[in-house]
Design a protein around this ligand. Structure first.
Ligand SMILES: [Fe+2]
Ligand SMILES: [Fe+2]
Length: 247
């Protein structure tokens, strides 16, 4: 397994591992800054490939912050491997995740971010926005890089296939296609719940006016991130309810 690495925004690198069995890319984002940040650790089985990829950008031992959206193996499965590799690295996530998962799971205590708290890495500032149950998980949240307006958006804008690193194409259409494919699966269905909070949370993220949506699965989207986020809410509503699959 070898990674493809692309700089998708200043100092922000997308490290992509494509898994043919799932026809799915797993993207991890490294911020090369005074205090380097890795967003998404990858699974434990991906650690050797990820370590090799990160080592082409920074000394892996110099990692200072390790973050993710919600507690799942692609988000933070290799957290302890990274903590062993990087002696000064600290896990950083929202207060819920820190309390219910990471304080026990991680081999070092986490930094717990409050809503809208800023994580500074040097030249870059990341705002933490909790998004409970969006895309899924009580502990879910996202980081927003304020200078270049990059939203590290986890499973939002999920796309299937070994797609290009960056696109300005119809990412919402691709999201609908991926979501519909999962909804037809007896195992993967109900991937993202639709609740009365879903559109409000997406509107909160849209209000940040992101220019770049750094998706965990699929291409990074560059364009009107706010419009894409708002439109994705209707996709979630329609696909989960089984209504109006094509609008
Ligand atoms: Fe997820
Ligand atoms: Fe994911």
């Amino acid at each position: 397994m070898s990674a493809r690495i692309d700089e998708i925004a200043p100092d922000l690198y997308r490290i992509c591992l494509y898994v043919p069995a799932f026809d799915l890319q797993f993207n991890h984002f490294l911020v090369r800054d005074e205090e380097p940040l890795l967003f998404h650790t990858g699974m434990r089985g991906m650690f050797p490939a990820m370590r090799e990829a990160v080592a082409t950008l920074i000394d892996p031992a110099s990692l200072r912050w390790i973050s993710w959206s919600h507690f799942e193996v692609d988000e933070c499965g290799a957290l302890n491997e990274w903590l062993a590799e990087a002696p000064h690295a600290t896990p950083v996530c929202g207060e819920v995740g820190a309390m219910v998962n990471i304080a026990d799971f991680a081999n070092r205590p986490p930094r717990a971010l409050k809503p809208d708290e800023i994580l500074g890495t040097g030249r870059h500032r990341f705002r933490f926005v909790p998004t409970p149950h969006l895309p899924h998980g009580w502990d879910a949240g996202v980081l927003f890089e304020e200078t270049d307006r990059v939203l590290l958006c986890s499973d939002l804008m999920h796309q299937l296939g070994d797609v290009e690193p960056v696109t300005s194409a119809d990412v919402v259409g691709r999201y609908r296609q991926a979501f519909e494919t999962y909804q037809r699966s007896p195992v993967l269905m109900d991937y993202v719940p639709y609740t009365e909070n879903t559109k409000r949370q997406l509107a909160n993220l849209a209000a940040l006016r992101p220019r770049t949506l750094a998706a965990m699965h699929g291409s990074t989207f560059v364009g009107d991130g706010a419009a894409a986020l708002i439109a994705s809410g209707e996709v979630i509503r329609q696909v989960t309810s089984g209504s109006a699959a094509t609008v």
